[in-house]
Design a protein around this ligand. Structure first.
Ligand code: GDP
Length: 362
């Protein structure tokens, strides 16, 4: 059977599923160039929506990026660095010059020194095994440092292809919109000629001095966001500057981050915990003793999200010993907390979501 392809992204056009990639409401006609609805909207209205493609297309796309020359522009979420860090990016950063864009700076408290933040993100990148050439702190929502981002990409690419990458929800589409808006004329936003054999998931944008490829955002199993959907997902992602919450007298107390994670403290008289999470994420605390039983009993009830419709996954319990110096505990997908004067604590988390201990960020 003959296959019609979108002249914007090269994907195989289909008329049947409005929510699936490469949909077009128009009937196919021989010799009539056609766009899929997504490319049509980009071309005519400048709207970019995150693309959703199957796992096999993602793998094929990632593989093809590995083989093509060019630079990687990796977007991460500033509040959720470790939830943004898929191991694939480490491999790719060894092969390609990498610019790290830390987005959503508007949610990080303004009082935090930006140079200090940047140095810490550099340390996080190193800890994750990511090789980066340069780091920029930006906010797609506030349009801050967008010009600097555009200029840095241009200089670093030096005419080579640019691959824009990031896991879902880090703000890749928002930044791509901001970036393209800085170029003249929305008609330049999508290539008008179909590149033969282009990988489905790669969407090319021919810009003045280089071609930018948008790549499919994909969920990362090492983040709580992978397991949440709809309203649950919205509850864990802050929309504006977060306010820290301070807790003292932690001795024999357990703190539940909704129904996703808990941390339980042993006797530690002057311990404090400062949390940096979305204000809509419920933090419930009580005396230790039956923390796992309580967790299993109340999960999906008032320890929510997950909502009852979200999948339930295996939980593991770990014990951590520390020397009491200030330390940050990152909970991928949610945010982080600073612990002071804490020596021993237990935590329970989804088996695939590994909390990370780092130097203090703020
Ligand atoms: P993508 O999945 O990586 O393409 O991310 P989107 O651009 O669709 O954004 C995911 C969510 O993050 C949306 O709710 C955006 O409104 C939000 N978002 C994107 N950029 C920013 C930002 O700079 N600050 C804040 N606070 N939210 C952002």
């Amino acid at each position: 059977m003959r296959e019609w392809r979108c002249i914007g992204c090269g994907g195989p056009l289909q008329n049947t599923d409005k929510d699936a990639p490469f949909y077009t409401p128009k009937p196919y006609e021989d010799d009539v160039p056609m766009y899929c609805e997504r490319c049509y909207k980009i071309r005519h209205y400048g709207q970019i929506k995150p693309s959703f493609v199957s796992e096999s297309v993602i793998l094929e796309t990632l593989k093809s990026i590995e083989e093509r020359p060019g630079i990687m522009v990796l977007i991460v979420d500033g509040l959720d660095f470790f939830g943004s860090m898929h191991p694939f990016f480490n491999e790719l950063s060894v092969l390609k010059r990498t610019l790290l864009i830390v987005n959503k700076m508007d949610v990080i408290p303004k009082s935090v020194n930006r140079a200090h933040l940047k140095a810490n993100y550099a340390a996080y990148a190193k800890k994750s095994g990511l090789h980066v050439e340069e780091i920029l702190l930006v906010s797609a929502a506030k349009k801050s440092a967008i010009d600097e981002m555009v200029e840095t990409i241009r200089l670093l690419s030096n005419g080579q292809d640019v691959f824009l990458m990031g896991v879902s929800n880090v703000g890749k589409s928002s930044l791509l919109n901001a970036l393209l808006a800085s170029f003249d004329g929305i008609n330049n936003r999508v290539t008008t000629s179909f590149e033969a054999n282009i990988t489905q998931g790669l969407i090319p944008f021919k810009l003045k001095s280089y071609t930018l490829y948008d790549t499919p955002g994909f969920a990362f199993k090492g983040s709580y966001r992978y397991y949440l959907s709809g309203e649950s997902l919205r509850k864990v992602m802050p929309l504006k500057e977060i306010k820290q919450r301070v807790y003292q007298q932690l001795s024999h107390r357990v703190f539940y981050l909704a129904g996703l994670f808990y941390i339980a403290f042993d006797a530690s008289s002057d311990a404090t915990m400062i949390t940096y999470f979305a204000p809509t994420l419920t933090i419930h605390h009580r005396k230790t003793g039956d923390e796992m039983a309580f967790y299993l009993d109340k999960i999906g009830d008032f320890l929510n999200p997950p909502a009852l419709t979200d999948p339930k996954v295996p939980v593991v319990k770990t014990t951590v010993h520390h020397d009491g110096t200030p330390i940050d505990l990152h909970v991928p997908g949610l945010g982080f907390m600073t612990l002071r004067h804490v020596e021993t604590f237990q935590m329970a988390h989804y088996a695939s979501v590994k909390p990370v201990l780092t130097e203090v960020l703020i």
